[in-house]
Design a binder for this molecule. Structure first.
Ligand SMILES: [Zn+2]
Length: 189
């Protein structure tokens, strides 16, 4: 995605319940992949939760090291296509500006509609929410955001078979989904 680097983020709040671990009923404490402590100072990490029909389908917290590692294993072509897809559908810079103008330390306005299609969250049967956090705080970067099932399916279609396979492996290995579950698309932006 073609967006300017934000530098140090001055807008942050303690991780709200929306991004707590559903399984543990509290904020994530460790990286789902490498088990690194996420709450010690300065550790940046991604939290993602997927919902279907109101139920959590999967959730994880991933430190930046693990995130970079997975990204590096994906095809450059797939990453490029995803970047273009986002650029075509959403102006992340404008969106952030608008949301911060009405900034009230609440994450709700960032999750109220699908980032890509604009569909209302309450009308989405399936969606994923994601955010960056650091040391127990949620950071308002270009996300938090919510992505609807329709947009996720469109993104899936952009992935090369190899990239899709790598993401499926990731899901199988770490998220423990039953084999019959439809594969989600972890955020790789
Ligand atoms: Zn990790």
């Amino acid at each position: 995605m073609d967006v300017p680097d934000l530098g140090p983020i001055e807008e942050y709040i303690p991780v709200p319940e929306e991004f707590w671990s559903f399984a543990d009923e509290q904020p994530f404490k460790t990286c789902t992949i490498c088990n690194k402590n996420l709450l010690s100072t300065g550790n940046l990490y991604l939290v993602e939760k997927a919902y279907r029909c109101g139920e959590v389908v999967f959730e994880y917290a991933m430190c930046v090291c693990c995130h970079d590692q997975i990204r590096n294993e994906l095809s450059q072509q797939s990453l490029k296509l995803i970047g273009h897809y986002f650029d075509e559908h959403v102006n992340l810079v404008e969106r952030r500006k608008k949301l911060l103008a009405g900034y009230d330390q609440s994450v709700s306005p960032w999750l109220s509609h699908c980032l890509i299609t604009g569909k209302k969250a309450s009308e989405c049967n399936e969606y994923q929410i994601m955010t960056f956090c650091a040391s127990g705080d949620l950071l308002f970067t270009y996300i938090p955001c919510l992505v609807s099932g329709e947009a996720l399916a469109a993104i899936q279609n952009l992935l090369s078979p190899k990239t899709r396979e790598r993401l499926d492996d990731f899901v199988d290995e770490f998220l423990g989904l039953p084999p019959e579950a439809k594969k989600p698309t972890p955020y790789i932006g």
